[in-house]
Design a protein around this ligand. Structure first.
Ligand code: CP
Ligand code: NVA
Length: 305
């Protein structure tokens, strides 16, 4: 029943050619917006946004993106909904599908996202789960290519915690054909199923315990917070992660023109120093801006605009 619906749950769930098409569309939409052109292909459409976790970029960029496309949004939080009083996610999906044209959800377990998707009669977009953050990677690949051209064959280094953003980066490495070197401490490895999927789909992924080795010769160094939302219970002493801090010394191991990326919010002085995040390698605010443009392309793809 739902086979024709275009959900954006993960990069692994969308063919590479479709993802590439979305990035091309995002670049066109960005150029047209900057040129002052406006079109309203989603006029009359409504996006429901459910947030079970905090957000600045995802919330604002989806809201503004939908408005720029002529549509509207409804902002919901799990605790305000009957969802927070134990109405099931499946029933919620069926009800919302009678009112709105698409649903974006930021939630905890990936299973909640998948259950929503299986029961929705409208497209569902993953705005981050404990497992993945595919919208972030669409913006990140767009950003890399704006600065350095095609990402194919390039080398990304991930240092820090092996979290949801890394899982989507692993999927992106296969979908967009770049190499990925992962430097994480013991106990912070990404889930093996994401590594296996990347490798089984043409990705080139290597692991090291050394942040310097991971960064060595990289075209792009990426990090994220050491403790993700909802993961506070498994937080370890920051000294475990200190050798993985992205500072000027670590960036020297990467290519001289390497980019530095971070999905934000950043914890300055922890996973990244001011001199790097505010320095010449950093493109973090371009990434944040491109969330808007990339997600407009995702919305247009989901809604056939
Ligand atoms: N990068 C990102 O998803 O930011 P928010 O948590 O502010 O949405
Ligand atoms: N890994 C982070 C990403 C925030 C956008 C988290 O899940 O908290």
């Amino acid at each position: 029943m739902t086979s024709a619906i275009r959900h954006f749950t993960d990069l692994s769930a969308v063919p590479a050619a479709e993802l590439r098409g979305m990035l091309d569309d995002a670049a066109r939409r960005k150029a047209r917006l900057k040129a002052g052109e406006r079109s309203r292909p989603l006029e009359g459409k409504v996006l429901a946004m459910i947030f079970d976790k905090p957000s600045t970029r995802t919330r604002v960029s989806f809201d503004v993106g939908m408005r720029q496309l002529g549509g509207e949004t409804i902002m919901l939080t799990g605790t305000e909904m009957q969802l927070g009083r134990s109405e099931t996610i499946a029933d919620t999906a069926k009800v919302l599908s009678r009112y709105v044209d698409a649903i974006m959800i930021r939630t905890t377990s990936h299973e909640r996202l998948l259950e929503l998707t299986e029961n929705a009669g409208v497209p569902v977009i993953n705005g981050l789960t404990d497992d993945t953050h595919p919208c972030q990677l669409m913006a990140d690949i767009m950003t890399f290519e704006e600065h350095r051209g095609s990402v194919a064959g390039k080398t990304f280094a991930w240092v820090g915690d092996g979290n949801n953003v890394l899982h989507s980066l692993l999927e992106a490495s296969a979908r967009f054909s770049f190499n990925l070197k992962v430097g994480v401490p013991e106990g912070s490895a990404p889930e093996q199923k994401y590594v296996d999927w990347a490798r089984n789909n043409g990705g080139s992924v290597s692991f090291t315990r050394s942040a310097e080795e991971a960064a060595d010769g990289a075209d792009c160094v990426v990090t994220d917070c050491w403790v993700s939302m909802g993961q506070e219970h498994r937080a370890r002493g920051h000294n475990v992660f200190l050798p993985y801090q992205v500072n000027a010394a670590l960036m020297k191991h990467a290519k001289p023109d390497a980019l530095f990326m971070h999905c934000l919010p950043a914890h300055r002085g922890e996973e990244v120093t001011d001199e790097v995040i505010d320095g010449p390698h950093s493109v973090v605010f371009d990434e944040a801006e491109n969330r808007l443009h990339a997600q407009k392309a995702v919305l247009a793809w989901c809604l056939g605009a």
